[in-house]
Design a protein around this ligand. Sequence first.
Ligand SMILES: Nc1ncnc2c1ncn2[C@@H]1O[C@H](COP(=O)(O)OP(=O)(O)O)[C@@H](O)[C@H]1O
Ligand SMILES: [Mg+2]
Length: 456
Amino acid sequence: MSIRWKLITTYLLLLVVSFFILGTAFNGLLNRHLTRTTQRNLAAEGGNLVPLFTRVLAQDAPLPQVPRLAIALANRVVTGDYIVINRKGEIIAASDRLRYRTGQVLNPPQLQRVLDGRVVSDSFRLGNREVAVVMLPLKRDHRTLGALIMSAPLKDINVVRKELLTLLFRGFVLTGLAALAMALVFSNKLVTPLKRLQQGVARVAERDFSGGISIRTGDELEELAESFNTMARKLKEYDLAQQRILQNMSHDLKTPVAAIKGYAEGIADGVFRGEEAEKGLRVIIRESERLKSMVNGVVELARLENVDEDFSFKKADLGAVVQELAERFRARAAARGIMLNTKIGKKVLAEVDREKLLQALGNMVDNGLRFARSRLEISISEKSGTVHICVDDDGPGITEIEREKVFERFYKGDGGETGLGLAITKAIVQRHGGSVCAGESPLGGARFSVSLPTGR
Ligand SMILES: Nc1ncnc2c1ncn2[C@@H]1O[C@H](COP(=O)(O)OP(=O)(O)O)[C@@H](O)[C@H]1O
Ligand SMILES: [Mg+2]
């Protein structure tokens, strides 16, 4: 079922239920109100007739000709009847002579109370029909001579009630139509942006990232559309990065293979001889080394990204780790004439896989030694639960645009080798729950830093 139909049926269902509840309550109230009004009018009319019929009963006056009564009820007129009875319940006079004959004995309920001198209002069956009744005592000198029974048929009252209920029902039908129109407008407002969102999702599914969706409803749908746009933008970036990686990778793999093939063929065909052949062989060896380290790097990265790769986290003093790192590279730094410094403050404990972390930091130091002119510094500091390990050099540094890209696999700048070292570093650090970033160094070159949580 579509959202539109769900909305409309909910609206209508709500309306029907409220009509039912309201209708029932209204009907009950109306019934009571109409009966009471009738009885009040009957009592008033009866009050006018009491002196007349008291005189008749006391035999002071002849029986008058009083017509049937008209009782106003909510813009309608209901007929009221009167019956005069004596103490024995015999009918003395009645407005409806066909129904109530003179001399007939009527024994209405509660008659005794009226004969005791009280006014009684009630509804009961009288002469084969249901009536609303007011009974008034006819008294002279503290003696009740008989009773005046004023009645109006409930059937007539019900006609009035039904008319009023029909009015209410019409009102409800009108409200229902208005609600239906509103539900349609409202569901359109809801469904249109949803449709647009759905089209956007379908476009992204087809890898079409052009153009986001604009929804200006000022509600959760707008927020959803904005989140969707952010997602599409990120997917687009990811897509571009993947394309770039593929281009870089195929280029990087093709170049050494082409060199190896060219020299090997040249040597086999006797085009390169003697010294030239020897130079060719050296190129072949160098290029195969490069291929080997690239393949190793790719395999390593794939393993790191596979969650199954075992990391054995142990509590370690990161100061000691940095110290060991420096020792591993000291000889190479000296060979290149680069001064390698360490700055280690107080002890910082963290849960790390020591060998993997050394590999991650080693890739940074390795780069630093390649790019530094004369100085390299490894420092470690801690601030509010995060430890920062920085590798600074005084080389050419990296440009603002490169700062994100250098961590992509196969990305390399001038003087690059495989373009995999920093990607491996990033993968290892992320598995530690940390982050990497590249920036400017106070030494004038590049700064690569790793941030790790000390809590784990
Ligand atoms: N210390 C540094 N100074 C300047 N550029 C750097 C430095 N470290 C890395 N880079 C840049 O980042 C690129 C990627 O580094 P990396 O992933 O280690 O690959 P590789 O070292 O094989 O080139 C390098 O090719 C280089 O352009
Ligand atoms: Mg490297």
